[in-house]
Design a protein around this ligand. Structure first.
Ligand code: ATR
Length: 273
């Protein structure tokens, strides 16, 4: 008897908006693999039971999204260093009945920049990160690991920026100082929800930004935010946020289905559709 096809999915609450089923579904079809990737709505108090269920069902693993990312790390049997450092998991692999937690958000962020702007280097100068939520945490860690000489964090609520900076070895600056910091930064990152459809735009002047700076946004709906439009108008390199979502999915897909997948235009279109 041959082994049953591998099963994986995304666990969230709510989960209906997740683009991960379209993303992994596209790759499964493209590479001609048997296996399935499904969306699973799991209430916050049911995560432990649900994960035990996935182990019992023989799942190869799953993605974990809001609000489960911290709890998933705590429930896992093992975790990568980067997941521990970020304090949250987004990718779980189940091997011999054990749950192994990883966090691939920072990997996805860096890979997106490498693909979208191949000449970009974190080492080119300080990075300015706007926002101090869960996404910022993964991005700040990834920028430091990639060689950014300094990472400045500006957040509306200063205590969150200070806590994040202290935890990861970055520097918090006042929200009002972001414009001045933007003049020094080689990498400018919006990790706030500003600019998302239905939200006000991020209103940050880039008039003094370095001509060689790169601007990127984690918002991908719309793909071109006002922040990226302003950066492009000023002649900066820009990379939109969709690629971070696509690249963060690569390690999970490879772990569950055994093929290292590629991010290309067809995948972007499949996920946008
Ligand atoms: P995630 O975990 O996805 O990053 P989050 O933790 O809710 O989401 O973080 C959202 C980020 O957007 C935060 O940095 C938030 O700032 P606060 O920490 O001050 O809440 C930021 N944000 C949301 N709305 C904002 C607004 N109107 N102006 C400035 N920052 C805003």
């Amino acid at each position: 008897m041959s082994a049953p096809p591998p099963l994986a999915g995304v666990v969230g609450w709510p989960v209906g908006h997740s683009r991960s089923p379209a993303l992994h579904g596209h790759w499964l079809k493209l590479y001609g693999l048997s296996g399935a990737y499904v969306a699973m709505a799991v209430a916050p108090d049911a995560l432990a039971t649900a994960l035990k269920g996935l182990v019992a069902l023989g799942f190869a693993g799953c993605n974990v999204t809001l609000p489960h990312k911290e709890q998933a790390l705590a429930l896992a049997d093992a975790a990568t260093d980067r997941a521990r450092r970020i304090g949250a998991a987004n990718t779980l692999a189940i091997r011999q009945g054990r749950i192994e937690a990883d966090n691939t958000d920072g990997f996805g962020f860096i890979e997106n920049l490498r693909q979208g702007a191949p000449d970009w280097s974190a080492a080119a100068g300080p990075a300015l990160v706007l926002g101090a939520g869960g996404a910022a945490r993964a991005i700040v860690a990834a920028l430091l690991d990639a060689g950014a000489p300094e990472v400045l964090i500006a957040n509306r609520t200063p205590e969150r920026a200070e806590a994040l900076a202290a935890a990861l070895g970055a520097r918090a600056i006042p929200w009002a100082a972001a414009e001045a910091a933007a003049a020094e930064a080689a990498t400018l990152v919006n990790t706030t929800s500003l600019g998302m459809a239905g939200q006000p735009p991020l209103d940050l002047s880039l008039d003094r930004a370095r001509a060689d700076a790169l601007a990127t946004d984690i918002v991908y709906a719309p793909l071109e935010t006002a922040f990226l439009r302003r950066a492009a108008a000023r002649g900066l390199r820009t990379v939109d946020g969709l690629g971070m979502l696509l690249h963060q999915a690569r390690p999970g897909f490879e772990a569950w289905f055994g093929v290292a997948p590629e991010v290309d235009e067809a995948l972007r279109q499949a996920v946008l559709a």
